[in-house]
Design a protein around this ligand. Structure first.
Ligand code: PEP
Ligand code: MG
Length: 565
């Protein structure tokens, strides 16, 4: 019987192979009868031989690894034969404690010392425990815990993985990694990105898959399917290979299969990234310039002249295109020193974005002056400015009036927009669209504030998944209201760079999508495979999904990428 388990996709790719569970050690009881005196020296020798074998195993893996991975393995190899640790274990054995219990007790003592020392020493604790588990396995005469060696390709399943667990992974045999825990920023995710191994995290029902069971692993959508016909699995793997080849060949501008143009723009953060985005040759202008990232280390506010220089350099590469510059989104996760309150108890819900105009009343005025001067000097660029963290109608009206005043005074023709990233603005979108020239949906914060979850929390990454039904319902509401009112509405949060979600957003009425420039070809290639009608159907199919995973699957099915559920 077939069954599908959903998780959060981290590194894209599709593969089909048997599941192999990461072996966790089974630690015996910490107490055991004392060893008779005549057996103690033999037990010390047995322990030292086992520790030596573990160390040799690490050195062997290190010789086949490179870079950071090799370094991690060499550290573990040295820990296994560390003189202080082996002496501590041996002393306990000589006092009558059996080797396994002596290893457990000595490791606990060292781990406490490492943790007390803090810093890099504390980070060694996980490595020392890993050494402990391997030495114990040798003492017990069972295989070392860790990555199974099946002699053929496999999909690795685990509750979670440490750097030492994953350091020796070979992408030619490990075709995918799925974990029950973790999030997009956990170690598993970082290492799988580095190794280019398709990866899904936070797959809560992973335990339902048995060791050796063939799994169709789709890290593009975040699913693990069992009971799939082998021929069907082969077709899905081949289709994914074709998808990767199409992306590599893609050149803009983006249009759907039936010819509807969708503007795909770049997210930038300073003049250098603006130049790099233009040089990549795939972006149609800039959809989000995060100015706070330009000034993240500025202790004092840059003068208006300095700011004119920075914004002009951002605009320079984009003649004939549109560039959307966001005013400072200072505060919370982006603390710009000259515009951020210190010691706020709850900064994500505090004075950030447009709200900083309260305690720092002149900063926004200076920034808008500089933007207007730079825009007036670049008449070939359609410069637009937008405010972050708008939550009331009065804020939106005030911001738009400031931009329009500059246009009159300084001869610029800037469009005035707002970001929709706070639920209050999404709920009352019909009123907000009346007072601005355009709207851009910030899906990262919209998910954070709708789900009441810190977007930086790796433990709660599932909640800030943009496929969560509640933030999606608000995105749909905003896009439909803007389409009905004829107000251009783009999306500039991470959701826009998910190729399938991009189709959904276009189906709901998004006129532009902005993302890191590297994500543009995948989104453009996907849009080129589907019609507007299919995009609309994908948007409809999401309604009623019970969670992010189901929504992802339903949208893909509506686009004909996977069989209907
Ligand atoms: C967002 O919140 O989606 C967004 C684009 O803004 P930032 O990620 O910079 O907060
Ligand atoms: Mg935001």
């Amino acid at each position: 019987m077939s069954s599908t388990i959903y998780g959060t996709p981290v590194v894209q790719g599709v593969s089909y192979a048997p599941a192999a569970w990461f072996r966790r050690p089974c630690l015996p009881s910490e107490s055991a009868p004392p060893l008779p005196p005549h057996l103690r020296e033999d037990e010390v020798s047995r322990f030292l031989a086992c520790a030596g074998s573990v160390s040799d195993g690490f050195f062997d893996k290190a010789s086949r690894a490179t870079g950071d991975a090799a370094d991690v393995l060499i550290v573990s190899a040295s820990l296994a034969t560390d003189r202080a640790w082996t002496k501590e274990v041996s002393t306990r054995i000589r006092a009558g404690i059996p080797a396994i219990q002596a290893v457990i007790a000595a490791t606990d003592r060292f781990a406490t010392r490492f943790e007390t020392a803090g810093g890099i020493m504390a980070e060694r604790t996980a490595d020392l425990r890993d050494v402990r588990d391997r030495v114990i396995a040798h003492l017990q005469g069972v295989p070392e815990p860790g990555i199974p060696d099946l002699g053929r390709p496999f999909i690795l399943l685990a509750d979670d993985l440490s750097p030492a667990d994953t350091a020796g992974l070979d992408p030619s045999s490990c075709l995918g990694i799925a974990t029950e825990l973790g999030g997009p920023t956990s170690h598993t995710s970082i290492i799988s990105r580095q190794l280019g191994i398709p990866c899904v995290v936070a797959a809560r029902r992973l335990g339902e898959i048995a060791d050796g069971e063939p799994v169709l692993f789709d890290a593009t959508v975040g699913t693990l399917e069992t009971g799939v016909d082998e021929a069907e699995a082969g077709r899905r793997v081949a289709a994914d290979r074709e998808r990767a080849e199409t992306i590599a060949r893609w050149r803009g501008p983006a249009r759907t299969l039936d010819g509807v143009r969708v503007r795909l723009a770049a997210n930038i953060q300073d003049p250098a990234s603006s130049a790099a985005a233009a040089a990549a040759g795939v972006a149609e202008g800039v959809g989000l310039a995060r100015t706070e990232l330009t000034f993240l280390s500025a202790q004092v506010e840059p003068s208006v002249d300095e700011q004119v220089g920075v914004y002009s350099a951002m605009l320079d590469p984009w003649d004939g295109q549109r560039v959307v510059i966001r005013t400072l989104d200072a505060g919370s996760d982006k603390p710009v020193p000259y515009a951020t309150l210190r010691d706020e108890p709850n900064p994500a819900l505090g004075v950030r974005g447009l709200r900083t105009s309260g305690p720092y009343p002149t900063v926004l005025h200076h920034q808008l002056d500089a933007l207007a001067i730079a825009a007036a000097a670049h008449p070939q660029v359609q410069t637009s400015v937008m405010a972050p963290m708008v939550s009331t109608l009065a804020e939106a009206e005030w911001f738009a009036s400031l931009v329009r005043e500059r246009n009159e005074e300084l001869g610029s023709r800037m469009l005035a927009g707002i970001m929709i990233e706070v639920p209050s603005a999404a709920i009352l979108i019909d009123q907000f669209v009346e007072c601005v020239d355009f709207v851009s949906v910030g899906t990262n914060d919209l998910a954070q504030y709708t789900m009441a979850v810190d977007r930086q929390s790796a433990d709660l990454a599932e909640y800030s998944d943009p496929w969560q039904p509640a933030p999606l319902a608000l995105m749909r509401r905003v896009l439909s209201a803007c389409a009905a009112a004829g107000t251009p509405c783009g999306v500039c949060g991470e959701a826009a760079s998910d190729p399938v979600l991009a189709c959904v957003l276009v189906g709901w009425g998004a006129s532009s999508l902005s993302m890191p420039v590297g994500a543009i070809p995948a989104v453009g290639a996907m849009l080129g495979r589907v019609t507007m009608d299919e995009c609309r159907c994908a948007g409809e199919a999401l309604i009623g999904a019970r969670d992010a995973g189901e929504g992802r699957y339903r949208a893909r099915a509506a686009l004909g990428l996977v069989p209907a559920p």
